[in-house]
Design a protein around this ligand. Sequence first.
Ligand SMILES: Cc1cc2nc3c(=O)[nH]c(=O)nc-3n(C[C@H](O)[C@H](O)[C@H](O)COP(=O)(O)OP(=O)(O)OC[C@H]3O[C@@H](n4cnc5c(N)ncnc54)[C@H](O)[C@@H]3O)c2cc1C
Length: 461
Amino acid sequence: MNLQTPMLDTALESLRAEVTGSVALPGEAGYELATPWNVAVPVNPCAVVAVESAQDIAATMRFAARNDLRVAVQRTGHGAVPLGNDVLLVHTGKLTECIVDPETRTARIGAGLIWQDVIDAAAPHGLAPLAGSSATVGVAGFLTGAGIGPMVRTYGLSSDHVRSFDIVTGSGELIHVTPDEHAELFWGLRGGKGTLGIVTTIEIDLMPITHFYGGALYFDGADAARVAHAWLDWCADLPEHSSTSVAFLQLPPLPQVPPPLAGRLTFAVRFASLADEGEAEQIINRIRSVATPLIDAVGVLPYAAIAAVHADPIDPMPTHESTVLTTELSHEAVDTLLSVAGPGSQSPQTVIELRLLGGALAREPKHRSAFCHRDASFALMVAGVLVPPSADAVVGHSQRIDRVMAPWTTGRALPNFAPSDDPDQIARTYDEDTAHWLSALGNEHDPDGVLRVGQVMRQIR
Ligand SMILES: Cc1cc2nc3c(=O)[nH]c(=O)nc-3n(C[C@H](O)[C@H](O)[C@H](O)COP(=O)(O)OP(=O)(O)OC[C@H]3O[C@@H](n4cnc5c(N)ncnc54)[C@H](O)[C@@H]3O)c2cc1C
């Protein structure tokens, strides 16, 4: 159904008068903000509202309710979901408040910031936010999805260190949310993605980190089996001050890819440790001694270079992602993964990553949240780029990985790594109780269902 009718266009004109930000219809300047980082996802809203304040968002919610539209939110589109022309897209890029308080070691950050903005603001004070693997991901999307960063075993989820949120609910109400005020929303916003409202600002703890020991060792694909089995044993007694993941990489021969890694299968061991240099070096030397890395990029790094650990892609691209959580993994599980990801597997995926969880993540924080996977041992993430020649094979192959790894998987997924508007896929990111309570809270704060679109946990759509 094409809802881009002249009547709607006229109504959208009235929205322009209600907001201080801009409203862009298809073809107008500003509409290009809808284009997500993941350009494979069709994001075609009837208008993009580049909001400048919480009041703009409230006006957009009320306008949508009056006109039988839905409201979705996007900053970077790293976790984009398909949106049609019955949707108004709130773009948060102008919400750029960033106040660092070195006394309380906190930062008040606008939903329009990406992690690198906060890293750069905190660094002069000897402080650091718990960013994700990519510093170009948006802070609000990341934190509402729980947030698993490169130091997750040391500090737990990044959202475990949120102090407050300011949100606009689907009914247009502005609410300040803390562990004591609207505690049920404080629970649900940390893991519930956009279910309970659009976040405008977040207050987070900053950590006294200036440097860390870490980076990545890149091995030839031919060494993947030896290194992967050694890594599994090494993980078993890895102290909590250290976090790690491994990744089968098939990076394209592009100028930004270091030549030893381009156009071939390689195997990366990522490492981020807050142990002192000598101890951290001794720990990673066990992996260094298994095979000779093509590139050894592990050493003391400033926290501002945290994104170097994973070296995630920066430029927009068409990707397909899937994710699943695992129980304890055996050497048989590693062999099974090697059979679909390792040398000779014909894997079309660009990255197949196994992230070690546990450590501080496994403990409930002082204030519980809607994240319900603290008992998982590893997160298995698969990302393929949907360009020829491998584009057609990516989705089927990721389903094959799910099938062969099923004996070791929990069937659940991380909210952040499962962008989807499919209710069954969204339900996989919660246990039944959490799904029920998130949905009930969504109904309470958004009775008209304005936010019932995209990646939200609503049992009635
Ligand atoms: C290369 C790459 C690396 C990544 N690394 C990590 C990682 O290390 N750890 C991790 O946990 N995740 C990681 N992710 C996943 C990422 O955290 C999610 O995709 C997240 O949703 C991105 O947020 P965004 O605002 O940038 O994306 P967007 O696509 O703009 O937003 C995605 C969703 O987040 C929610 N959202 C965004 N803004 C708001 C808001 N203001 N209020 C309420 N809800 C909002 C909405 O549900 C929205 O649909 C990675 C993703 C990519 C592509």
